[in-house]
Write a protein that binds this ligand. Sequence first.
Ligand code: NAD
Length: 250
Amino acid sequence: MAHDDAALAALLRDARYAVVLTGAGISTESGIPDFRSAGGLWDTYDPMKVASMATFTTEPELYWRFHRPRITMLETVEPNDAHRVVAELERRGVVKALITQNIDRLHRRAGSLDPIEVHGSIDRGECVLCGVTISLDELIARADATENGVPRCRCGFQMKSGVILFGEMLPPDAIDAAYAHAEQADVMLVVGSSLQVAPVSGLPGVVLRNGGRLAILTEGETPYDDVAHVRMHGKAAVELVATLALLDAT
Ligand code: NAD
């Protein structure tokens, strides 16, 4: 098993169909806490409570008290070099698909054209009753127009953010697309994910079963650490910038 940027650059350079899978760790250098590191979101909030379908349905004011400041915070942060390198690798055709568990829109804002957002995105609001979707700006405007901060759909029901909640089905199109790309991949690069959340946690296994290679760039542990071909523990932005420089040099 290799541990350095040179090995990652070589893997990407020789790849026929490289796929990148990202998690919360790619956005920590933009100032967004991840879930599992010390000081992460789970230290402060019980996600099973504030980010659950049950709370949204029965206590929409509590749901919106948590989500509204989070959306406001996410609007103020900027993509970092790790998002930018991934977008550049896609632009060059080195990376064929980007799958992300993040809901923060930073991949899109860094130039990735079509990230597969398996956990949804803050990009939009939606009505779980009648199926209508609206833009983030419209969602915020509607929240501001109510006294309790709960945006309403025209059908009368409360609206939720496009971020998938515990107890909600993941978007089937996104999951199907993610697995289809994994089936084709001969290289998967995982950046900033603990690979503990199903069904995304199964994607590296698909690549390995098909004889593909796995590279993991994540500070913390993952269940695939012993079977990865390249395993790096550094900061995502630092390592990806160095990897891109090596690709440029060869
Ligand atoms: P996770 O918190 O379980 O794991 C993140 C991993 O990234 C950890 O191993 C951590 O050590 C590592 N990490 C942190 N900063 C890093 C850096 N700069 N460079 C390299 N590695 C770094 O995250 P996950 O696997 O994505 O799963 C958690 C869930 O949290 C997902 O469902 C995701 O939707 C959600 N989430 C998203 C955001 C976001 O959109 N930015 C933020 C928090 C949580």
